[in-house]
Design a protein around this ligand. Structure first.
Ligand code: GLN
Length: 199
């Protein structure tokens, strides 16, 4: 049974822990380098990426986390977590750190003020059982992805038609939306499968 950590510096940690526990994994909060060393994989929750970036620096977690990701640790990030996993952030803060685990440029708060928060159905590659009800909260999208990044889902219809909101690069997945708030566990399930195959 894999042990999956949830980065617990800031954000919706509890919801991810609950989803992972429901799927029968051992879920642990991760705040310190010693705790990171003890997990097989990591979920980076939604929250606020500039704050998370600062906390990673002050908890001396930034380099250990980069190191684990370089060494192939599976990871999944939702919303702010997707921003953290990117290689470049548009509309971020100048001192905002990223983990560069996925070769992509993300735009922070991409959907604009009018649609701070919204829900829509998105078809996701590799997720069976119909479209996924997605919840976006001041969400990013991926503006550009590198050749090794697989696009798993795009917005369909409306002003953001075609925008990339779910990706995978090797063992690292990211979604601009929050599957942890809807009770639909299919994305966490896909991640747990990926972790099982990788460790
Ligand atoms: N807008 C937030 C950020 O910049 C992300 C929002 C979220 O995680 N729900 O990090």
């Amino acid at each position: 049974m894999p042990t999956i950590g949830v980065l617990a510096l800031q954000g919706d940690v509890v919801e991810h822990m609950a989803a992972l526990a429901e799927l029968g994994t051992i879920a642990r909060p991760v705040r310190r380098p010693e705790e990171l060393a003890d997990v097989d994989a990591l979920v980076i929750p939604g929250g606020e990426s500039t704050t998370m970036s600062k906390l990673l620096v002050s908890f001396e977690m930034l380099e250990p986390l980069r190191e684990r990701l370089r060494a192939g640790m599976p990871a999944y990030g939702s919303c702010a977590g997707m921003i953290m996993l990117a290689s470049k952030v548009l509309d971020g803060r100048p001192d905002q750190e990223v983990l560069s685990a996925i070769d992509m440029t993300v735009r922070r708060n991409a959907f604009g003020r009018q649609v701070d928060s919204f829900e829509t159905d998105v078809e996701l590659l590799g997720i069976d059982g119909g479209a996924f009800r997605t919840v976006f909260i001041r969400a990013p999208w991926a503006e550009e992805v590198g050749p090794d990044v697989e696009v798993l889902g795009r917005i369909s219809g409306g002003p953001a038609d075609g925008k990339i909101v779910a990706v995978r690069a090797g063992n690292v997945m990211a979604t601009a939306f929050h599957p942890e708030v809807t009770g639909d566990l299919r994305i966490h399930e896909a991640f747990v499968e990926l972790v099982r195959a990788a460790v």
